[in-house]
Design a protein around this ligand. Sequence first.
Ligand SMILES: Nc1ncnc2c1ncn2[C@@H]1O[C@H](COP(=O)(O)OP(=O)(O)OP(=O)(O)O)[C@@H](O)[C@H]1O
Ligand SMILES: [Mg+2]
Length: 151
Amino acid sequence: MEFVSHGDKETQKLAQILGREIVKSSAQKKKAVVIGLEGELGAGKTTFVKGFAKGLGIKQKVSSPTFVLMKVYNFKTKGEKEPKFLFHFDCYRLKDHRDLTALGAQEFFADARNIVLVEWSDRVEKVLPSRYIKIHIDHLDNKTRKITVRK
Ligand SMILES: Nc1ncnc2c1ncn2[C@@H]1O[C@H](COP(=O)(O)OP(=O)(O)OP(=O)(O)O)[C@@H](O)[C@H]1O
Ligand SMILES: [Mg+2]
């Protein structure tokens, strides 16, 4: 699927809708849903995660985990009492995929309660599950981005 966004609000709106759909379709999954975000510096990866979190009903302010490497938020889905978790990784400062493993990523990938969003996923592809949703953001101009979603 391919989308063109004309501003950060539009990217967030798209991410919000995708977030809701992905949560709905993940109900029967036995492992986490993993979403890789690719695109150069300032492409809009964090902006996308902000909208995605909103779609899940997360009210907390989502900010970039560039320095802390990982953030976790909880959310609830309709009809379920137990909370679920949104993990937000930023791999920009990692040396390589082994650093992601060291952060406990495999454990998070194995848990069906989790949705794991990974910025700079192309740097750690080796340790991502064989099936993940890949989102690539291309910078077309100042305000315009091409967003490609691949399963
Ligand atoms: N259509 C658009 N979609 C997303 N962001 C946009 C768009 N147009 C302009 N922007 C701006 O581009 C910037 C994107 O920043 P953001 O932090 O989301 O990028 P990033 O890919 O996470 O960067 P980094 O690699 O540093 O983590 C923001 O300042 C945002 O306002
Ligand atoms: Mg970012």
